[in-house]
Design a binder for this molecule. Structure first.
Ligand SMILES: [Zn+2]
Length: 409
């Protein structure tokens, strides 16, 4: 591991790695891991398998034996020719993060953060979650032999994700309200109970794991940088981490350029997209956010300063999409490319369609859409999908009804 320090994103103060709370004690700003990359050369990692830990020199874990892993990362970067043709795009790729061990991109951050928790001697971990973080933390804490507590908004977590958390033996606490209320409760708990180690995306070690998404995209494109990377945005940790990853590869002269970062939010849960569109430097939290894309149903995203900086520095943008647009994109990706993602993930595709329709994306540009979670996590769309299929309601009992079936095939 190369040398790193923790630094406040706002006032640049440098706290110790073991400092609990993950907010700057002086100004309340977000903390960030900073590696000293000056004069550093690309490590000889070409023979290593594509995965999060391929890049271990630039991950903040000191001892190899601290690493808690379930083989995360190494997800497919799929060229989407059929969907691309439909959108008039020649080089469209989907980086499918649903291929991670618990079915979402969260595993990249979790393997690093739980390894750090182990290195710091922590025994109990805590998070608030819309579902994917909880599922990931539940699996990794089980793997590490730690106790795990998750706080979720009551009745608002997709069925597959709840099943994962329960199966891994975590303690589930349901909080009335939205994710934002669950997160507030987690912050208070972490403050009162110092034995509980907070694993939300305020934890800068998680973002370090997530930055490997950018490293993998560059490697999979033979050290070329895509022109545009499009991500769904909920709490904002992922888009910030991916931007950090592209920036570090450029500092190491592995790549020459950085992509434009585009964040997509659901129309009724879009504090970041609204701030970007209005060219404001701060967000206005959304109360009672609404969308079927539960993974991005967040009204007060904690990482917003990092997101606004990433979008601004990269000359990117943000866009909103409706639930109808999200569901349509989900089906298109599944039927045209064989890639089944959860609704929040499809927001990146829906956003691209909107940007393309408005001529804000060029036909010749290399575009990577990040899909963040597997479609099986959220089976709630099934009823709607089946109702739209002709023949589904036919009941086959004898040869006469078989004739009726012939007519719909
Ligand atoms: Zn500070």
């Amino acid at each position: 591991m190369w040398h790193y320090k923790l630094q406040c994103f706002d006032c640049q103060r440098e706290p110790a790695a073991s400092e609990a709370g993950f907010r700057c004690k002086t100004c309340g700003g977000l903390l960030e891991v900073k590696f000293d990359l000056k004069g550093k050369k690309r490590p000889s990692w070409d023979r290593r398998q594509l995965s999060v830990w391929k890049y271990r020199e630039i991950l903040p874990i000191e001892k190899q034996e601290s690493i808690v892993s379930l083989a995360e990362g190494g997800t497919g970067l799929h060229r989407c020719k059929r969907l691309g043709r439909k959108l008039g795009l020649r080089k469209l790729y989907v980086k499918n993060e649903g291929e991670n061990p618990t079915g979402s991109f969260k595993d990249r951050g979790m393997t690093v953060a739980i390894s750090k928790a182990k290195e710091l001697g922590k025994r109990k971990v805590l998070c608030a979650s819309t579902g994917n973080t909880a599922a990931s933390l539940a699996a990794y804490s089980a793997r590490a032999g730690m106790e795990c507590v998750v706080l979720v908004p009551k009745g608002k977590v997709a069925g597959g994700k709840m099943l994962q958390v329960a199966m891994h033996g975590s303690k589930i606490i349901q909080v009335k309200g939205d994710f934002d209320q669950a997160f507030e409760t987690a912050l208070v708990l972490a403050e009162q109970r110092r034995d509980l180690y907070l694993m939300n995306s305020l934890n800068p070690f998680r973002l370090e794991g997530q930055k490997t998404l950018a490293f993998e995209i560059s490697d999979q494109l033979d050290s070329k940088t895509p022109d545009i990377v499009i991500l769904p945005v909920g709490n904002g940790g992922n888009i910030s981490a991916v931007w950090k990853g592209f920036s570090e590869f450029q500092q190491l002269s592995i790549t020459k350029t950085r992509p434009r970062m585009i964040g997509i939010q659901a129309e009724k849960a879009a504090p970041i997209a609204k701030a970007v569109k209005r060219r404001e430097n701060e967000i206005l939290p959304v109360h009672n956010p609404q969308t079927i894309a539960t993974a991005i149903r967040i009204g007060s995203p904690v990482n917003w300063p990092k997101v606004l900086k990433a979008i601004k520095e990269s000359k990117g943008t943000a866009e909103t999409v409706t639930d109808t647009e999200i569901l349509k994109a989900q089906i298109e990706l599944a039927t045209l490319e064989g890639i089944f993602v959860e609704p929040a993930s499809a927001a990146s595709i829906a956003g691209l369609k909107k940007l393309r329709a408005n001529r804000r994306v060029d036909a010749s540009e290399t575009i990577v859409c990040v899909t963040t979670g597997h479609g099986l996590k959220d089976p709630s769309v099934l009823d709607r999908l089946l109702k739209s299929q002709t023949g589904y309601n036919l009941e086959i009992t004898d040869r006469t009804s078989l004739d009726a079936l012939e007519r719909v095939l």
